[in-house]
Design a protein around this ligand. Structure first.
Ligand code: ZN
Length: 77
């Protein structure tokens, strides 16, 4: 009998809601967001982030628009 264990990693990033890819998992384990959010939000706004700041929906939407222009966006590694 198979038992389904719910993984503790979600399907999508809690910040940008983009599906997590294999390359995001290591980042997620560290900071609970995807690699792109780490690069573009956490690292860029590190002091604010450490105080609990999170990007607002407009900032996330703008970042997602940028990401769709990038050639790697839909590539599965
Ligand atoms: Zn994200």
């Amino acid at each position: 009998m198979l038992t389904y264990h719910k993984p503790k990693i979600p399907d999508a990033c809690p910040i940008c809601n983009v599906l997590l890819r294999s390359l995001d998992l290591e980042v997620y384990n560290r900071v609970s967001i995807c690699a792109d959010c780490e690069m573009h939000f956490l690292q860029r706004f590190k002091p604010l982030w450490d105080e609990g700041w999170r990007p607002n929906p407009r900032q996330i939407e703008e970042r997602l628009k940028e990401r769709t222009k990038e050639p790697f966006f839909f590539v599965h590694l």
